[in-house]
Design a protein around this ligand. Structure first.
Ligand SMILES: Nc1ncnc2c1ncn2[C@@H]1O[C@H](COP(=O)(O)OP(=O)(O)OP(=O)(O)O)[C@@H](O)[C@H]1O
Ligand SMILES: [Mg+2]
Length: 292
């Protein structure tokens, strides 16, 4: 796939949004979301492609949309390129298996984060205040500790930079309370069901982020769900509370980058073929485990 960080996969389609690793195209009341083979590390999109990564991430997300559709409606219209709008067809080979056609929803400006384990910004907040998002946690919890019950720790969708964890009381000034209640309930339910399922297959989903939108006044699940890009996936076999955990998918790249003299700003370094191959094996591994 001839692709650099600046080139779009479907240059003739109307761009809605280019994220770090996905491209979203606008079809009025619908969107086409395409997962590229780009990868980010330390918030920098690297110049190397992980060939096939977008396909696996798309499959993982679609797997979970299918898994959860009995509990909550989602935005998927079709995962089959042949049924996409005519303008997409010239790109059929490029976007096959790495794209979904979805209903465009009214955005709800909220990242519905659920945490089952203490890690990342959640752990940092806990160390400072004993709380995350205003939720008081027991004292003395170790890094990566499993929480007694999963918690809902929403953040705002920051326009620039990192999202900000926001106490629910604060959120209620911006978003209707009943909407937040629905999102909290659905997010916790979905996280619990998915985390239980993954755990039986050797994967800890430590935390995850959902996005919701409004379609004809109804709250539905949008974006991607429960992928290693929107969640922390840890291999159960190496899980050790009291330290940070190895990432299921990005550890090989992080370890490689750590031994370079790179300051974590753009442009990131190229990855050797062997690192790319090993990383891709991890993505296959995650998908195969989930499909068991
Ligand atoms: N069904 C939908 N209706 C409307 N907007 C949607 C829908 N599904 C996803 N989106 C939006 O499309 C965008 C997808 O972009 P993407 O996730 O690639 O980039 P990003 O969130 O801006 O940055 P990052 O790469 O850090 O995730 C997000 O803004 C998401 O909220
Ligand atoms: Mg995003």
């Amino acid at each position: 796939m001839p692709q650099t960080n600046n080139e779009l996969l479907c240059p003739n389609l109307k761009l809605y949004k280019k994220g770090k690793v996905r491209e979203v195209y606008d079809f009025d009341d619908k969107l086409l979301i395409v997962a590229t083979d780009q990868i980010s590390a330390f918030d920098v999109v690297l110049p190397s492609l992980i060939k096939g990564k977008g396909i696996i991430l798309n499959r993982i997300s679609n797997f979970w949309f299918e898994f959860s559709k009995g509990s909550i409606k989602n935005h998927i219209i079709s995962t089959d390129v042949e049924t996409f709008p005519a303008e997409c067809q010239e790109y059929a080979e490029t976007i096959r298996d790495r794209s979904v056609l979805v209903w465009k929803t009214e955005m709800i400006e909220l990242e519905a984060i659920v945490r089952g384990y203490l890690s990342g910004s959640g752990f940092k907040d806990y160390q400072k205040t004993g709380q995350i998002c205003g939720i008081q946690l027991p004292a003395g919890l170790a890094e990566s500790a499993k929480l007694g019950v999963p918690i809902f720790t929403p953040s705002t969708k920051a326009v620039e930079g990192h999202d900000i964890n926001i106490p629910e009381a604060e959120l209620r000034k911006q978003i209707e309370g009943s909407l937040i209640d629905t999102i909290r309930e659905k997010s916790l339910q979905l996280y619990r069901e998915a985390a239980d399922y993954a755990l039986e297959r050797g994967i800890i989903i430590a935390d995850t982020k959902f996005e919701f939108g409004l379609l004809n006044g109804e709250v539905i699940l949008i974006d991607e769900i429960l992928t290693p890009d929107s969640s922390r996936f840890w291999p159960t076999e190496s899980y050790r509370p009291g330290q940070s955990q190895k990432s299921y998918d990005k550890q090989i790249i992080r370890d490689y980058l750590a031994q370079l003299d790179w300051d974590k700003t753009y442009p990131g370094p190229q990855l050797p073929d062997d690192i790319i191959r090993q990383t891709m094996e991890k993505y296959h591994d995650v998908y195969n485990k989930l499909k068991q």
